[in-house]
Ligand binder design. Structure first.
Ligand SMILES: *Cc1c(COP(=O)(O)O)cnc(C)c1O
Length: 413
C-alpha cells in the first residue's frame, strides 16, 4: 500500500480488496466495543441496513435535488423527523456532512442575519471555553471575532460571564447540549435569553446530544429543556453520524423557521455557469450518507433509539459509579448522559489511557486539564465489565509507568 504511484496495469478486484482489508490491520477495534468515540455501533442489524442503503446511493449526487428527487425527499424527511424530535414544528434545515459543517453553516447564517437585519460589519461570537473547536474554525474561516468566556465549576457555560461579552456586534451566542469535553449540558434557556437581548442568533450545539437527550428524557434521565421549546433558540445541530448510529458524513442543521434558514443558503448567478445555489460548503455531494441515515432512522424508529439510549446511559452510569470507587481517578463535572471525562487524582491520567491503549482500548485524551474523554455508545455495553477491570488495573499501574503525554486530537501529517 505504500507504492509511490498508482499501478500502471490495473489490479484484479479481489487483490485490491484484500489489500484494503489488510490496510485496516492496526485500526481501532470498534467492532468489539473497544473504542469510546469515533465510531458508534448500533449493532449488526443497523450496520447491515446502512450498508445496503449505502450501496443503493453510493454513486448519486445530492448537488441537484431536481435530478434526484429521491435525495430531495430523503433530506426533507431527515430534517422533518429531526425537527419533530427537537420540538420545532416550524423548524427547517438542511442535511450537512457532519457536526463541523453544521456549525460552520450556523455561524455563516448568524453572520448573514446580523449583517442584513442589523447592519453589523464586525460580527462577534460569544461562547464559553467548553464550546467545540468548530466554532473557532468557523470564526477563522468567515471573519468573525470570538469572545470566549470561562466556565463554571461544573464546566458549563456561565451566562453571567457571557453577559459581559454580549453587545451590539454580537451575531451569535452559543450553548451546548451537552458540551463535548465534560459532557455537561449548558443552561440553554439563560443563554438563549441573553442572545435575544440584542436580537442575535442562539445556536445550540447538540451534535452529541441531539439523538440522545430527547430519548433520555423519555427514559427518565434528567433533562432540563434545551431544544426549540426554549425561547430565543434560533438553530440546533444534531449529528446522525454520532449517536444516531448512521455511518459517517451526516448531520442535520435546523433553524427555528424558514425565514432564519434563508441565511444559510448561498445563491449566485454572476458567472458563465448559470444559477448556482447551495445550502452547504460542499458542491457535489454524496447521496450515500443521507440514504444510509434515512435507512438507520427508519429501521430503528423511536423505540429502537430509546432502547439504544437506555443501554448507553446505563453503561455510562455504571462507568461513573466505578470511577467514583477507584482511588486515583475522578470525574470532571456532573455529566448525566453519555459523555464523561476522567482525571487523575494524584496520578497522571494520561498514563492510565496509555496502559488501556496497550490492552486494545481506544480513549481520546484532552485538556486542560489532562483527562481521558469517553463517549459511551451502545456498542460498549457488552464489554463494560472487562473495561472496568482494565481501568482498575491501569489506575493501579499508572504511578509506576512512564509519563504519557497528550495525543493530538487530529494531526494533519
Ligand atoms: C462531534 C462534535 C462536533 C463536531 O462534529 P464533527 O461531526 O466531528 O464534525 C461539534 N460539537 C460537538 C458537541 C461534538 O460532539
Amino acid at each position: 500500500m505504500t507504492e509511490p504511484r498508482m499501478p500502471l496495469h490495473g489490479l484484479p478486484a479481489e487483490q485490491v480488496l484484500t489489500a484494503l482489508e489488510a490496510s485496516k490491520r492496526n485500526d481501532v477495534q470498534w467492532q468489539q466495543g473497544r473504542t469510546f468515540g469515533l465510531v458508534f455501533d448500533g449493532g449488526p442489524e443497523v450496520r447491515e441496513v446502512a450498508d445496503q442503503a449505502a450501496r443503493l446511493f453510493l454513486h448519486d449526487n445530492a448537488l441537484n435535488p431536481a435530478a434526484f428527487p429521491s435525495l430531495a425527499g430523503l433530506q426533507a424527511d431527515l430534517c422533518q423527523w429531526t425537527s419533530s424530535m427537537l420540538n420545532g414544528p416550524q423548524a427547517a434545515g438542511f442535511v450537512t456532512s457532519g457536526g463541523t459543517e453544521s456549525i460552520l453553516m450556523a455561524v455563516k447564517a448568524a453572520r448573514e442575519r446580523a449583517r442584513i437585519e442589523r447592519g453589523i460589519t464586525q460580527p462577534e461570537i460569544v461562547l464559553a471555553e467548553n464550546a467545540h473547536a468548530a466554532f473557532h474554525k468557523a470564526a477563522h474561516l468567515f471573519g468573525l471575532t470570538v469572545r470566549s468566556t470561562p466556565v463554571t465549576a461544573d464546566w458549563t457555560a456561565d451566562p453571567v460571564a457571557m453577559a459581559t461579552q454580549v453587545g451590539p456586534n454580537t451575531a451569535l451566542v452559543v450553548a451546548s447540549a451537552p458540551q463535548y469535553p465534560q459532557g455537561v449540558v449548558d443552561p440553554v434557556a439563560e443563554i438563549a435569553a441573553l442572545a435575544a437581548t440584542v436580537d442575535a442568533n442562539c445556536h445550540v450545539d447538540a451534535c452529541m446530544g441531539g439523538f440522545v437527550l430527547p430519548f433520555a428524557a423519555k427514559e427518565g434521565w434528567p433533562s432540563p429543556l434545551w431544544d426549540f421549546r426554549v425561547p430565543g433558540v434560533t438553530s440546533i445541530s444534531a449529528d446522525i453520524h454520532k449517536l444516531g448510529y448512521a455511518p459517517k458524513g451526516v448531520s442535520v442543521l435546523l433553524h427555528a423557521n424558514k425565514e432564519l434558514r434563508r441565511y444559510q443558503v448561498f445563491m449566485f448567478d454572476d458567472w458563465l455557469g448559470g444559477r448556482y445555489g447551495t445550502p452547504n460548503l460542499q458542491g457535489t455531494r454524496s447521496g450515500l450518507p443521507m440514504a444510509a441515515a434515512w435507512a438507520v432512522m427508519s429501521f430503528l424508529g423511536e423505540e429502537g433509539y430509546r432502547r439504544l439510549v437506555r443501554s448507553t446511559l446505563e453503561t455510562a452510569d455504571q462507568i461513573r459509579e466505578a470511577v467514583h470507587a477507584i482511588e486515583g481517578i475522578a470525574l470532571l463535572g456532573n455529566s448525566t448522559h453519555h459523555l464523561l471525562a476522567i482525571t487523575g487524582d494524584g496520578l497522571n491520567v494520561l498514563s492510565v489511557g496509555a496502559l488501556l491503549g496497550d490492552r486494545g482500548w481506544h480513549i481520546d485524551s484532552q485538556g486542560p486539564p489532562d483527562s481521558l474523554h469517553l463517549t459511551v455508545s451502545a456498542g460498549n455495553q457488552a464489554v463494560v465489565e472487562e473495561f472496568l477491570e482494565d481501568l482498575r488495573w491501569a489506575t493501579n499501574q499508572a504511578p509506576d509507568s512512564p509519563e504519557a503525554t497528550p495525543t493530538d486530537y487530529a494531526s494533519p501529517e
